[in-house]
Each structure stands twice: as structure tokens, then as C-alpha cells.
Design a protein around this ligand. Structure first.
Ligand SMILES: [Zn+2]
Length: 145
């Protein structure tokens, strides 16, 4: 069986603004964080200027455990960069973050056989280097689960 791989990092570039920069700086340092409204405590993902509950722009950045729960996924076998990278197996996934109020993060699963992936399986974050020396959070099954 083919294990799910990370998308080749040299082809992954991020766009950043003042609202997302703390998220990417934390990821570069190997930390998973999420923006929490400083007024009402509601988490939001992706990071953005306004709280969906109270429209406040005040943010506290919460340090997370890196634990996730699989909400949804797709198994892909065609290269996202045809002509540059040969076909390989990768798994885009939507991951719920239980210690951030269940907000969901779009990521990828790695180090897993696609046939063994199950909704609600416990996951753990890992950080993978991409273009420009940045890192993206990816997820793998929690060991022992
Ligand atoms: Zn709020």
C-alpha cells in the first residue's frame, strides 16, 4: 500500500498578512496556535480580522497541544504539480482542534495508509518545511491509536 506523503515543500508557498503572520511565525517555530477573541473567547480559523460572534478585532493567540480529530478527508493520487512532480498519494484533510473550541484547520495527513483512515481518528500535528524556510502544520495518526 502507498502511504500518504506531504506535498513537496519546495512547491508550497504561503500568503501572509498582519492577521495570519502570528500563525505562520508560530508554525515556523514548531508551535500550533489559534486566534481566540480577546473579548468573548470564541476561536476562529483561519485567522481573520473579525470575531464571528462579536465582531471584535482583539485577539489572544492560544498555544494548542497539537492534538486533532479527523473531520473529513480526500485521497488524491494525481500530482498537484503535473509536469513538475510525478504522481504520488496525498491526503488533504479537515482537522478539528478540540482545544480550540473545535475550529477546523485545512491540512494534510501523512504517515498513514489511506485504507486505514477513519473519520474521528485522533491525530497529532507535525511541521513540514516549505518554500522560504516556512513550515506548515500537517497531521499524522496519534501513536498507539
Ligand atoms: Zn468575540
Amino acid at each position: 500500500m502507498t502511504r500518504a506523503q506531504a506535498i513537496p515543500g519546495e512547491h508550497v508557498r504561503i500568503a501572509m498578512d498582519a492577521w495570519t503572520e502570528p500563525y505562520w511565525l508560530a508554525a515556523k517555530a514548531g508551535r500550533l496556535v489559534a486566534p481566540r477573541c480577546a473579548i468573548c473567547g470564541t476561536f476562529r480559523m483561519p485567522p481573520g480580522p473579525f470575531c464571528p460572534e462579536c465582531q471584535s478585532q482583539q485577539i489572544d493567540w492560544a498555544e494548542l497541544s497539537g492534538e486533532g480529530v479527523l473531520f473529513s478527508f480526500a485521497v488524491c493520487h494525481r500530482s498537484p504539480f503535473p509536469g513538475k512532480v510525478a504522481d504520488f498519494t496525498y491526503v488533504p484533510a479537515v482537522v478539528s482542534l478540540p482545544d480550540a473550541g473545535g475550529v477546523r484547520l485545512v491540512s494534510n495527513l501523512i504517515d498513514v495508509e489511506p485504507e486505514s483512515i477513519r473519520i474521528d481518528m485522533p491525530l497529532q500535528v507535525v511541521f513540514s518545511e516549505i518554500a522560504g524556510g516556512w513550515k506548515v502544520p500537517l497531521f499524522r495518526p496519534t501513536r498507539g491509536s
